[in-house]
Design a protein around this ligand. Structure first.
Ligand SMILES: NC(=O)C1=CN([C@@H]2O[C@H](COP(=O)(O)OP(=O)(O)OC[C@H]3O[C@@H](n4cnc5c(N)ncnc54)[C@H](OP(=O)(O)O)[C@@H]3O)[C@@H](O)[C@H]2O)C=CC1
Ligand SMILES: CC(C)(CO)C(=O)C(=O)O
Length: 335
């Protein structure tokens, strides 16, 4: 049995796809989603027109299902990881495998620390999922799931492939996670813009904001000895250069990055919209932390983190690309 712990956008899409492929899946999440899913079931769609239905998913608001699971997929936001680890520690059965499907660099380590006897694997979901209400979850971009390899995954590899989510198994996931984080630095820019991802990324001024944040990240990675993998078909180290290209050239050079439907928004925008705390401390904040550990400064990522926190606390406004770029450049110069 598979338990999805923290069943929101990613958890419902991944768990729902596995259930539609015939797996026994239990979802653990909040009351509002349990009610929605009880009323409507799950409907999973994607940008290519696919549509899957799970009529009566098992969606619970208590964590008891963890005790029955051979595989637990953790899909809470990063701030809830430590609490989740505590819930799992009391319930996991011997031999169970835990896979973190979360963004950021440290979630698997946080889980591992509290679950010393369990197999805890880092995972990375490259695609975007949008929740559109009445049990509907829409996959708005391409991209797969990469996971840190372990023999225990042999038992579920075929299932994930049948569900249309083949696992790319890697000896070490750090490079893939670091590459994904370079893209997730855009979550803050996207949330501050108030625009759909495609519209925001189509504007050079916003991409230049992202490039400033990515340059700091690449310097921090270098100091930490992290080599980010290729992403969206590009050498990650070239991302800031590509972001700075004029719109018409960017559209051709980074076609994979723009291959998304117009509905797609970042999960950080989702959080602001829902009035929830965001994961910014684990994305741009992580780069600031990593930079400090390497004796470097990361004023642009610090500023993006601060601006998103202001927005969380009610100071939300939709920035234009020019305004945000000017503000971030001031931070880069020491204000
Ligand atoms: N959305 C996307 O497109 C992508 C997201 N990701 C990553 O995947 C992870 C999950 O993101 P996403 O699916 O968007 O997040 P969501 O907020 O949609 O889903 C997480 C759910 O878990 C619930 N939750 C939190 N703590 C608990 C708990 N202790 N018990 C039960 N439920 C709990 C949350 O409720 P509440 O809000 O009340 O806390 C929320 O409903 C994040 O790390 C994100 O960065 C990765 C790729 C793409
Ligand atoms: C897929 C992507 C990069 C979309 O921004 C994401 O990970 C998120 O929204 O958190």
């Amino acid at each position: 049995m598979i338990c999805v712990y923290g069943a929101g956008s990613i958890g419902c899409y991944v768990g729902g796809s596995l259930a539609a492929a015939g797996a026994e899946v239990a979802f653990v999440g909040r009351r509002r989603l349990a009610d929605e899913v009880a009323a409507h079931g799950l409907t999973l769609t994607d940008l290519h027109g696919a549509r899957l239905r799970v009529d009566a998913p098992r969606y619970e608001t208590v964590p008891d299902a963890v005790a029955e699971a051979d595989l637990v997929l953790v899909a809470v936001k990063s701030a809830a990881t430590a609490d989740t680890a505590g819930q799992l520690a009391d319930r996991l059965r011997p031999g169970a495998v835990v896979v973190s499907l979360q963004n950021g660099l440290r979630n698997a380590a946080v889980l591992r620390e509290k679950l010393p006897g369990a197999t805890v694997l880092a995972g990375m979901v490259a695609f975007n999922v949008v929740r559109t209400g009445e049990g509907r979850f829409h996959r708005a971009t391409d991209g797969g799931i990469e996971v840190q390899d372990a023999p225990a995954l042999d038992a579920v590899a075929d299932l994930f492939a049948r569900a249309g989510l083949p696992l790319a198994r890697r000896a070490d996931l750090t490079a893939a996670q670091a590459a994904k984080l370079l893209l997730n630095l855009n979550n803050a820019v996207n949330a501050l813009s108030g625009l759909p991802l495609k519209t925001e990324l189509s504007q050079r001024a916003f991409r230049r904001c992202l490039a400033l944040a990515q340059r700091e990240a690449l310097a921090a990675y270098k100091a930490a000895g992290i080599r980010p993998a290729k992403t969206v078909g590009l050498d990650s180290r070239l991302l800031p250069v590509v972001m700075g290209l004029p719109d018409a050239v960017f559209t051709r050079a980074a076609a994979k990055m723009l291959a998304m439907d117009p509905l797609a928004r970042s999960s950080t925008w989702d959080d602001l919209e829902a009035g929830r705390p965001t994961e910014v401390d684990y994305l741009n904040g992580e780069i600031a932390l990593l930079a400090a550990e390497g004796g470097l400064a990361a004023p642009v990522n610090e500023r993006l983190t601060a601006l998103v926190h202001e927005a969380e606390q009610g100071g939300r406004k939709d920035w234009t690309g020019r305004e945000l770029l000017a503000d971030l450049r001031r931070s880069a110069r020491g204000r």
